[in-house]
Ligand binder design. Structure first.
Ligand SMILES: Nc1ncnc2c1ncn2[C@@H]1O[C@H](COP(=O)(O)OP(=O)(O)OP(=O)(O)O)[C@@H](O)[C@H]1O
Length: 631
């Protein structure tokens, strides 16, 4: 595939200069970035490159595209911004007072537990506050607590100082509450997800010698999807460069900024980067991905954003209205079947299969009727997950998960408490390195019918060598044990045996995740494994051959020949919570991203009425975005 002149100019821009690329959907941003990396490798001798992506999937894709280049492994560090920051913490976290074995609290509810504990320690009777029977009032109180957590995230994502916080929230003692939460996190031996960047930024800012180590090895930085940077991410990149790294390329599309809830703003790419690095600026407008019909639709949403290439195919965009969500689902299933029967078409490369299609919705709730319809028609499908790992659902799976966390960080009372609850035993008085042994001892007097298995599991996890754990052996032993329970299950109530059967599946999944971890070569230790899980580096698509159902956010950066965009009603898309001009503008970006995932054909559908979660039937208005596309 040839590069266009515009693409080539960017790739061949002077090596030690800053480059900004503002490019529309499908214009080859990822391609340009990959080729730029290749070009730098070619033109320089031993210099290293850091290529920063937004998701692990994008990092994998870039690695795959560069796999044929011999020196890539030694010279290019392709990773998400969080993975790079985390690696810095693993090595140098001690310089800012972090524990040597980093424990990341990756679940919202665990962070909330730590916050509640910090309030307790401040003498606030938080348990009484939450111990009420009125469920509505309880919800509102939980919401109140959540609003504090949101502020903490904002402080971290925007790197706010105490003075800025006092100005923003003059009537609350937020900074003190925040500091107490931070101390509580450290007292439990961990940090939260947002902290990864905050601490890594702090390390580079306050320890120039550490920053110099990275700057001497990596002389070039490439940033993909830069329209979605937030302040902490941008400042992290800036401090990584310092005055030494001048070779930085940022590539992004302002019309695809869809992470505003994460503090993202296109201003970091469009304004701050220009002010701080005075880059050479380029634009790419030609859409190489989509057909004329799709490009026309995209241009209705963002006028003038897309240019057709001469040889673009005509393609098609079809908009259909249905009475109900069931009718909408049935129609999509019918179209899918017709397309599969069609098998080939001049506009689609190769054979038409479920692999060429995706169903996109603004949120995952719009898929429920379609999922039933697909099941009824035996059409395999899978919901594209975010990068976070699925939580285990069985008692065995949960015990394994919590026990590993406690093994790695015995101060982790959050998971320790949950472990005790599942095992139905008393909490240890002190959270020290012997907690798992104490739990094993306690299990000897447990009346739980599986106490023996759970005690063995705790014992086995406690005995793991953290540096080089023998996970396959653990899996094999417990697979045998659980299988024998299933085979001799006559004495056990049936619902419990279902849980054991599911445990075997979860254990298999755990094993596959471990294998994925080893194969990726990100480390050998149990800590590296847990942190890779927390950073979403080990997730995978569940079903490769089925029909993919995806939210807009998880479809970012990807493309399919045939796209169904469903549930296009006001309130769903744009989301009912988007009220301000800025929020509605981001909804438009979401619609633009959804439409531009289509390479050839786009089917847009909406129902005239929907059943709300509380059971009422509600009439729907066609989305404003559909009206614009039709106009
Ligand atoms: N010069 C070119 N000639 C032909 N096809 C190209 C060219 N450049 C890119 N493409 C193709 O266009 C499609 C879009 O490219 P790519 O995924 O790099 O775009 P992008 O700008 O990152 O898209 P988005 O931001 O919408 O995710 C891909 O299928 C790619 O192979």
């Amino acid at each position: 595939m040839n590069l266009s002149n515009a693409q080539r100019q960017i790739i061949e821009a002077p090596i030690n200069s800053a480059v900004q690329v503002l490019a529309s959907a499908g214009s080859g941003k990822t391609r340009v970035l990959t080729e730029r990396v290749r070009h730098i490798l070619d033109k320089t001798k031993k210099e290293g490159i850091i290529a920063l992506t937004f998701t692990n999937k994008a990092a994998e894709e870039m690695s795959a595209r560069l796999a044929d280049f011999e020196q890539v492994e030694d010279r290019v560090w392709i990773a998400t911004i969080h993975s790079v920051a985390q690696r810095i913490l693993e090595k140098y976290g001690h310089t800012v007072g972090l524990p040597t074995e980093l424990h990341i609290y990756d679940r919202d509810k665990d962070r909330m537990e730590v916050f509640i504990q910090s309030l307790r320690e401040d003498g606030i009777n938080i348990d009484e506050y939450l111990n009420i029977t009125d469920s509505r009032e309880l919800k509102s109180r939980e919401k109140n607590l959540q609003s504090f957590m949101d502020i903490f995230s904002k402080i971290k994502r925007e790197l706010l100082t105490d003075i800025e916080v006092a100005e923003l929230y003059p009537n609350n003692n937020i900074w003190k509450i925040y500091q107490d939460y931070q101390s509580a996190l450290l007292n439990s031996g961990g940090i939260d997800y947002d902290d990864i960047l905050v601490y890594a930024h702090k390390i580079l800012l306050t320890h120039d010698w550490i920053a110099k180590i990275y700057r001497s090895q990596y002389k070039h930085i490439c940033v993909d999807e830069a329209q979605d940077l937030n302040k902490a991410q941008y400042e992290f990149i800036r401090v990584l460069c310092g005055d030494a790294i001048k070779s930085i390329i940022m590539v992004g599309d302002p019309n695809q900024m869809i992470y505003g809830f994460n503090g993202s703003s296109k201003d970091y790419l469009c304004t701050s980067f220009v002010d701080d690095f005075t880059p050479q600026c380029f634009e790419l407008k030609e859409n190489y991905r989509s057909t004329k019909a799709v490009i026309r639709a995209a241009n209705k949403l963002r006028p003038g954003s897309q240019a057709e290439i001469d040889y673009a195919l005509e393609g098609g965009v079809w908009i259909s209205e249905f009475d109900t969500e069931e009718d909408e689902a049935a129609a999509i299933v019918a179209i899918v079947k017709n397309l599969l029967d069609l098998r080939v078409n001049d506009e689609i490369e190769g054979e038409i299969s479920l692999k060429n299609m995706v169903v996109i919705g603004r949120n995952r709730f719009v898929f429920s009727k379609l999922e039933s319809s697909l099941k009824d028609n035996s059409i395999p499908y899978s919901l594209r997950k975010g990068e976070r790992q699925l939580e285990p659902s069985t008692r065995f799976g949960k015990i394994l998960d919590y026990a590993i966390r406690v093994k790695l960080n015995s101060k982790d009372w959050v998971d320790g408490k949950k472990l005790c609850q599942i095992l139905n035993i008393a909490e240890p008085k002190n959270w020290t390195t012997s907690v798992l042994q104490e739990m094993v001892t306690q299990m000897s007097s447990s009346v739980d019918e599986y106490s023996d298995v759970f005690a063995k599991l705790l014992f086995a996890v406690d005995g793991l060598d953290v540096e080089s754990p023998k996970i396959p052996k653990l899996v094999k032993d417990f697979n045998c044990l659980l299988t024998s329970l299933v085979e001799n299950h006559s004495s056990v109530a049936d619902d419990k045996i279902e849980d054991v059967k599911l445990s075997i599946e979860e254990l298999d999944e755990f094993n596959r995740t471990w294998t994925r971890f080893k194969r990726k070569g990100i480390g050998d230790s149990l800590v590296a494994f847990r942190n890779a899980l927390a950073l979403g580096q080990l997730s995978h698509d569940t079903l490769e051959d089925g029909l993919t159902l995806s939210t807009v956010h998880t479809m970012k950066g990807l493309e399919k020949d045939i796209v169904f965009l469903i549930g296009m009603c006001e309130g769903v898309f744009p989301d009912y919570r988007a009220n301000t001009v800025k929020e509605l503008d981001e909804e438009r970006n979401n619609a633009f991203v959804a439409v531009t995932r289509a390479k050839r054909w786009l089917y847009i559908t909406y129902p005239k009425q929907r059943i709300m979660p509380w059971g009422d039937k509600k009439f729907q208005r066609k989305s404003r975005f559909v009206m614009e596309i039709e106009s």
